[in-house]
Design a protein around this ligand. Structure first.
Ligand code: X2X
Length: 337
């Protein structure tokens, strides 16, 4: 009997040792759409490096850009995190909004007039609500960074009114709100992944696209016929720094704190990086784009109005999908910003 107890005790010790040893994976897979040529991809690398250093290698993160873990289909990224195919991500609200309908909040046309409004949503009670929603869906949100205000480019005309958009084929991202918005403006939107967008622009299968200026420049979109750029600031996509709940629960408290702290630090740096060169004080990025032969037009408030008017029904329709209370909370936060 005594020998049996000893054996049992040894077995228990051995099992607990092996379970502990198996708790941490040799590599954690972090998904992004854009690589290190862009603020988004740089942020992911930075987060991975900070975590590796500060956990003394216990948490070893590898970044997989191009949403390669889901064959490049950005709209499948969120589901893959929930299913355990992806351990961590720095992901855009747009790409996850097919699964998390409240994330369409950030895509409501002309909801956020400027960066201040963006910050009001990504730091206050709205962010808390969004975090609770993501948490309920099985991911642990840690910080919010930014892809940027999405500006419109095309190969054909200098767009200053909705009439200029008439019939233009515009590549849009994965959420149906974009199809609705561009249809309301008279354009001919077509949804495709970022990987497909660039060849589609190069071959003129589509005439235009919308993306932040940092993306336009780093992807050299002037080399794929994008000669006209309209700064209309109709929406900006936040980037969420998340860990799958299953992975999170495997980590020690101390390591979780390190990962969370590194996410916050990285997201703060990400905001600065994403906004560099496009402010009135420093417009070096805009100048660079113009030097590449692109006609850049910033809409006046007056010029923006017809775009706002044409997309208002889309705003109202999608405000119902997002949830009226959350939209109201967002509008109040913006008004106070
Ligand atoms: O596909 C895009 O346009 C991009 C890279 O901005 C996103 O993933 C939302």
């Amino acid at each position: 009997m005594k020998r049996f107890v000893v054996l049992l005790a040894l077995c228990l010790v051995f099992t607990s040792l092996t379970v502990n040893a198996a708790e941490y994976k040799p590599e954690y897979r972090l998904s992004t759409v854009l690589g290190p040529a862009f603020p988004w991809g740089r942020a992911a690398e930075r987060w991975a490096n900070l975590v590796r250093e500060n956990t003394e290698g216990r948490i070893n993160i590898k970044v997989y850009p191009g949403t390669s873990l889901v064959g490049g289909d950005q709209t499948k990224e969120f589901t893959a995190i929930r299913q355990g195919v992806i351990d961590m991500a720095v992901g855009s609200s747009i790409n996850w909004s097919p699964q998390v309908k409240q994330l369409n909040l950030f895509s409501l046309p002309f909801l956020m007039p400027d960066e201040k409004a963006f910050d009001a949503l990504t730091t206050g009670p709205v962010a808390a609500d969004i975090f609770a929603i993501l948490d309920k869906q099985g991911v642990v949100p840690l910080a919010i960074g930014e892809n940027g205000f999405r500006e419109l480019s095309n190969s054909k005309v200098n767009v200053t009114s909705p009439a200029d958009l008439k019939g233009l084929k515009i590549r849009v991202v994965g959420s149906p709100i974009f199809i609705d918005g561009f249809t309301a403006l008279g354009a001919n939107p077509t949804q495709m992944s970022w990987a497909d967008a660039q060849p589609a622009l190069a071959t003129k299968a589509v005439d235009g696209q919308e993306n932040p200026l940092s993306v336009f420049n780093a992807a050299k979109l002037h080399t794929v016929e994008q000669k006209y750029l309209t700064l209309w600031g109709y929406m900006a996509d936040p980037l969420f720094y998340v860990v799958s709940k299953k992975v999170w629960e495997e980590w020690s408290e101390a390591d979780r704190a390190i990962v969370a702290e590194a996410a916050k630090q990285t997201a703060a740096e990400n905001l600065i990086d994403a906004r560099k060169g496009i402010t009135p004080e420093d417009d070096s990025l805009l100048k660079e784009i113009e030097k590449n032969g692109v006609t850049v037009t910033r809409l006046t408030d007056e010029q923006r109005k017809p775009f706002q008017k044409a997309t208002r029904p889309v705003f109202d329709k999608w405000a119902e999908v997002v949830g009226k209370d959350l939209v109201k909370k967002a509008e109040d936060a913006i008004a106070a910003s």
